[in-house]
Write a new protein. Structure first.
Length: 245
């Protein structure tokens, strides 16, 4: 039986974290909560959940470091332990914990992919949300750009619901700290020759007004920034540099 850790990535999710963690513990017993410097009471909620059944560990960033930094912490914790791989899942209600076993099964089958990435655009599901126009457009443009640059066939460049084999975690050194982390990940995965498969997941948007932070809330600025991240990651790979330099 494959031995996967599941990382729940949390930042200011006090209203949601208990329900999401309960749903996760119905399908997996080994959970890592990465709290990325929450300041909304999430810490107190997590402390109250310490008695839940299952192997739940919590690691906390003293200050908010960004989504990519939280994923990097999950990578490091997994590689430091006995696990065969890692599943990452967000805490904002967009991901369905009941799908965790399916992600693990897809990643652990003989000859299977190194990375299984959720896609909200691979299939349509009853009840799918209508994404905000600017987010859908930017996702489509950046996904097409990645496919053109890297020779991939992705349909969703940004979904955070993923399963990684240990081989993938060992090969990837992702250092982009913010929401653009998946873009650096695809560049480094392609450079490492990792195999990738997408897994269809429902399209759920619960927070249509979510902020990306400061200037990135402007769609044009965000699109330009994402392309800058891709350029920087490709340059780093070409130069043999491990990180953001």
């Amino acid at each position: 039986m494959p031995h996967y850790l599941t990382a729940l990535l949390v930042y200011n999710e006090a209203p949601h974290v208990a329900a999401v963690l309960d749903a996760m513990l119905k399908v997996t017993s080994e959970v890592l909560v990465v709290d990325d410097g929450s300041n909304d009471g999430t810490v107190d909620v997590l402390a109250a959940l310490a008695t839940r059944p299952g192997d739940v560990r919590v690691t906390r960033h003293p200050v908010n470091r960004g989504y990519g930094a939280a994923v990097a912490t999950a990578f490091a914790e997994t590689l430091a332990g006995p696990w065969d791989g890692l599943v990452t899942i967000d805490c904002d209600g967009q991901h369905q914990p009941q799908l965790i076993p399916a992600f693990i099964a897809a990643a652990s089958r003989p000859g299977g992919p190194d990375i299984v990435s959720g896609s909200r655009y691979l299939e349509r599901f009853p009840g799918d949300s209508e994404p905000p126009e600017s987010r859908r457009r930017i996702n489509a443009e950046i996904t097409a750009d990645i496919n053109r640059r890297l020779g991939l066939m992705l349909t969703d460049a940004f979904c955070g619901f993923k399963a990684y084999t240990r081989r993938a975690l060992t090969a990837l050194e992702v250092t982009e700290p913010g929401y653009a982390m998946p873009l650096e990940l695809w560049v480094r995965a392609a450079a490492a020759g990792l195999s990738i498969a997408e897994f269809p997941v429902p399209l759920v948007y619960l927070d249509l007004a979510r902020s990306f932070g400061g200037a990135l809330d402007d769609a044009a600025t965000r699109l330009a920034y994402y392309r800058e991240v891709l350029d920087r990651a490709e340059a780093a790979v070409a130069a043999g540099r491990p990180g953001r330099g």
